[in-house]
Ligand binder design. Structure first.
Ligand SMILES: Nc1ncnc2c1ncn2[C@@H]1O[C@H](COP(=O)(O)OP(=O)(O)OP(=O)(O)O)[C@@H](O)[C@H]1O
Ligand SMILES: [Mg+2]
Length: 928
């Protein structure tokens, strides 16, 4: 199929280099230039070269069309690939992709998430790349349908080391102005290859080969000048001249039309009427099958003639215009009445509901209730496939064709449009659409829904959101489902604003309304929220309420719930220290998120599981789970999941004593949270940095960071995060001498969170406060009481060990050396076993004060010692792993344990210590 190429040696050399480079790492090449400059020609050559070299070539050539169907591009790209590629994906991804590609019915409850479709596409491409390098070829990328553009862009931007390339053709007057598919933010390298003018020699050879005419040198120069080296224009000029038998130039203007459209007009003018009518059918419904063209009025003779004169060509199994500019020209010349007839005929033969509805819309004269209803159904189908952009457009079309005597339908369609815009991330457009709808619609349930949706889109302005939700509530007119729905949002909005009382009041009203609505799902959510707000308010929460919510959740299993009772239960169990129950709740949530293809839910569940592992003292697992969540969050590319995953990873790193890692992750988390106006997470990340200072024993720094947070903490409510931050804040207040303030803070904390762990930790802080006041007897009593509490209720070995460390210190102050040593040694064992190196180092330092010695390598196991020796000799973790035939992770984990035992925090400190030991200075270890 590919015709001979003239004069593109430099470009072809670059393309060859690009293809060769793909074997090492992913890359993208964008062929950019104006219409007719030769992009498609080079793109086809690239695809052919790649195929000859054994690459798997996935190709799509979107046509310019009024009817751009959801996922048409993605379907082309995956067409003909082995079905095992999709079957081998994790089930939720495979399902999402099959639903998008119309190979499976959409699920009743949740449409597939656009991001899951994108993740699935990336995984499918990676699976293919395992067998042979993959080349994705997208011509006319500017005409790619939006859902495919979202999925492909997302997938390609995240490729890096894979043997996958993307090459696309982009029509642009300003090559380089902007990379398509947001490639400028991609991990892979994306290069632009401008497709500029052909040389006069190349033009000459092209014209001679393609037109069979030879032009004089001066005429060639005129053609070059008129066409500015553009091969398409040069060919059309050549044709016009050949038609007139003009081969050499005088000085007068060329005797041909002086615009490209004039040239094309002339080219098409001589076509016999049957051929014109036939190619009009093709122009109106690009990408249809031969049978569909014939059924819609094209004739076989007309199609044959169009192919014979080179206006149409076979492309795979399809007929296409030999150049998109011919398609545009043919379409532009169709009279309006004929155009409507053609769309009506296309609607009759179209197979996909979306195509049928769109052609009907284009065939309609004025408004039409039935066409509007068709478009509405097509919008719902697109939404169910995970194509919100197309769904929004279809709802918009539907609204525009809805007769004015159907105001309720009109309002509903506009509402659905706004909802799909918001799902597709077009928040600004969604807000505008909702604003117009709210203006135009009289008060009532539909407007109430619009107000409520708009309230939900004001995440950056909670007061405005609350106002909208209150207005929505007033207009909901007692509609029980809607009222509960709005109250749920309102309650959450108050919670985010830090007004726990109002949040709780609203949640309680929700329960009352939901009881009346007879909707199990709504009642489950309301009960769960009421339970949660009771906890946040620090009041006794009635667990029977939670149990009932969980039962109702099971009954309402198929309908999507805003608030998951299982999640509320998981958090509650965690706070209560009921880790077994907390873990099984989180495992259920994880399984559900996996089944639903809900990646964000999966990341959240992993983070909570990480936290549970951390509380058990299993820090390696905690770090691994947080890293898994981070990977998902990065793929999702949404700020909230990234911010919370950074928090999870930094928290795990803090417990492991990885100083630079904590600082790096928490700073990144704080910056991102600041950028997105997410104040609670700014506080959480800042608190982590403060806790790091505290673990390093830098009290002034810890106080500087944590003291200001004491005032803000109550405003963001009480939950597991607060539970872990608050004790460090209190400790920093005490360390900085703000004893009265600490006292006040502790009193408030104990009132707000009377759970077992908080109670134990607050008692520990009371011990520190007493010590700060010089009352060591009281300090011992409080710390001993805290220890007893740990043993009674809260399985948190590391916090318990910190309490012991403090007790040891106070005992040492009281010169009770044996008791001090016992407490400190026990704490040390816990820190060392868990790999909590900073706290181990602190404890070792205290022990050294008793024994007057520093620890040496004798405390290490044989493996830890070998790893430590190699690292001390300057080897990287990777080298060590290779030398000992273990994974890098195993080296890191062993090293963390060794750091903890030796009380060192860096490779340099380790090397110094090992050196000391080698010279015989510290072989004894801390035991005495
Ligand atoms: N280097 C070349 N050698 C021979 N013919 C060429 C060359 N470049 C372009 N052509 C011819 O010029 C015409 C326009 O080229 P092509 O379709 O590749 O342009 P394009 O940049 O893809 O245009 P568009 O933006 O409209 O899609 C085609 O008929 C093609 O065969
Ligand atoms: Mg092209």
């Amino acid at each position: 199929m590919s015709a001979e190429i003239f004069g593109r040696d430099a470009e072809l050399a670059e393309i060859r280099g690009f293809l060769a480079g793909l074997r090492q790492s992913a890359a993208a090449l964008v062929l950019a230039g104006p219409a007719g400059s030769g992009k498609t020609t080079l793109l086809r050559a690239t695809a052919q070269l790649a195929s000859e070299q054994g690459y798997a070539v996935l190709l799509t050539t979107p046509a310019r069309s009024e009817v751009r169907l959801a996922f048409a591009g993605l379907t082309d790209l995956l067409d003909g690939q082995p079905s095992t590629v999709i079957e081998g994906l994790p089930p939720p991804q495979a399902r999402a992709l099959r639903v998008a590609l119309l190979a499976e019915e959409p699920p009743a409850a949740h449409p597939p998430d656009q991001r899951v479709i994108a993740v699935a596409f990336r995984a499918a491409v990676q699976a293919l790349a395992a067998a042979a390098p993959v080349l994705l070829v997208i011509d006319d990328v500017h005409w790619l349908d939006q859902p495919s553009e979202t999925a492909v862009g997302f997938a390609v931007r995240r490729l890096q080391g894979e043997a996958v390339g993307l090459v696309c053709g982009q029509r642009t007057g300003r090559p380089g102005a902007e990379l398509p598919l947001e490639l400028s933010r991609a991990r892979l390298t994306a290069r632009l290859l401008p497709v500029g003018p052909l040389s006069i020699g190349a033009l000459h050879r092209m014209l001679r080969t393609r037109l069979g005419s030879s032009f004089s040198q001066p005429m060639l120069r005129r053609i070059e000048g008129e066409s500015a080296g553009n091969p398409f224009i040069a060919l059309e000029l050549g044709r016009a001249l050949a038609r007139r038998d003009v081969t050499s130039a005088g000085h007068a203007a060329l005797p041909v039309p002086d615009t490209l459209s004039g040239l094309i007009d002339e080219h098409l003018a001589d076509l016999p009427q049957p051929v014109v009518e036939t190619v009009q059918v093709v122009a109106v419904m690009p990408d249809a099958s031969l049978d569909q063209y014939l059924a819609a009025g094209a004739t076989a003779a007309g199609l044959d003639a169009a192919v014979a004169i080179g206006l149409l060509e076979q492309d795979g199994g399809r007929l296409r215009f030999s150049h998109p500019m011919f398609a545009t020209a043919v379409a532009a010349r169709i009279a309006p009445v004929r155009l409507r007839d053609l769309h009506a005929a296309a609607a009759e033969v179209a197979q996909l509901p979306e195509a049928r509805a769109r052609h009907h819309a284009l065939a309609a004269v004025g408004v039409s209730a039935s066409v509007a209803a068709d478009l509405h159904s097509a919008g719902r189908a697109a939404a169910a496939r995970g194509a919100p952009a197309n769904a929004a457009e279809l709802f918009e079309l539907s609204a525009s064709l809805t007769p004015s005597d159907q105001p309720a339908d009109l309002a509903r369609r506009r509402l659905e449009m706004a909802r799909q815009l918001s799902i597709g991330g077009e928040i600004r457009a969604a807000r505008t659409a909702l604003g117009i709808l709210i203006e135009a619609t009289p008060p009532g349930p539909t407007r109430a829904e619009a107000l409520s949706l708009l309230g939900g889109l004001h995440q950056d302005d909670f007061p405005a959101a609350t106002k909208l939700l209150l207005q929505a509530l007033a207009e909901a007119d007692g509609d029980p489902r809607l009222t509960v729905d709005i109250r749920l949002r309102l309650s959450q909005s108050w919670m985010l604003r830090g007004d726990q009382q109002r949040s709780r009041d609203e949640a309680r009203r929700c329960v009352a309304d939901a009881e009346r609505s007879c909707d199990a799902g709504l009642l489950a959510c309301s009960l769960a929220l009421a339970f949660e707000t009771d906890i946040m308010c620090g009041s006794e929460a009635d667990e029977r309420q939670l149990t009932r919510a969980l039962e109702l959740e099971r009954l309402a299993a198929s309908s999507p719930l805003h608030i998951s009772p299982t999640q509320v239960a998981g958090v509650f169990y965690f706070i209560q220290g009921r880790l077994q129950e907390a873990e099984s709740a989180q495992r259920r949530l994880l399984a559900k998120a996996e089944a639903d293809g809900n990646e964000q839910g999966r990341a959240e569940a992993l983070l909570r599981l990480s936290r549970i592992a951390g509380r058990r003292g299993d820090l390696d697992t905690a770090a691994e789970l947080a890293a898994d969540a981070m990977e998902i969050a990065e793929q999702l590319d949404l700020p909230r999941p990234v911010v919370s995953a950074l928090y999870g990873c930094a928290g795990a790193a803090l417990q492991l004593g990885q100083v630079t890692r904590v600082a790096d992750l928490a700073r990144r988390g704080r910056e991102l949270a600041e950028r997105t106006g997410d104040r609670p997470y700014v506080i959480f990340h800042e608190a982590l940095l403060g806790s790091l200072d505290l673990a390093l024993g830098d009290y002034p720094a810890a106080a500087a960071r944590l003291r200001p947070l004491a005032r803000e903490l109550p405003g963001i409510g009480w939950h597991p995060t607060t539970q872990s931050i608050a004790p460090d804040v209190a400790e920093a207040l005490i360390a900085s001498g703000a004893l009265a303030e600490a006292d006040e803070f502790l009193t408030m904390l104990q009132r707000a969170m009377p759970d077992p762990l908080t109670t134990a930790l607050a008692t520990r802080c009371r011990g520190l406060l007493a010590a700060g006041r010089g009352d060591f007897a009281a300090a011992v009593a409080e710390l001993s009481e805290a220890l007893a509490m740990h043993d009674r209720f809260s399985p948190h070995p590391l916090e318990r060990a910190r309490t012991q460390l403090n007790l040891g210190r106070v005992k040492l102050h009281l010169h009770q050396r044996a008791a001090a040593r016992a407490a400190l040694s026990e704490a040390l064992g816990v820190f060392q076993n868990a790999g909590s190196s900073l706290w181990a180092a602190r404890t070792l330092a205290e022990l050294a004060r008793i024994s007057g010695r520093s620890p040496g390598p004798a405390v290490l196991t044989a493996t830890e010692r070998r790893v430590a020796d190699l690292v001390a000799s300057g080897r990287s973790n990777k080298d060590v792993a290779a030398e000992l035939f273990v994974t890098v992770r195993a080296v890191e984990s062993t090293l963390t344990k060794a750091y903890a035992k030796l009380g060192v925090r860096s490779r340099t400190e380790l090397a110094a210590l090992m050196h000391e030991s080698a010279s015989g200075m510290a072989t004894g270890g801390p035991r005495d």
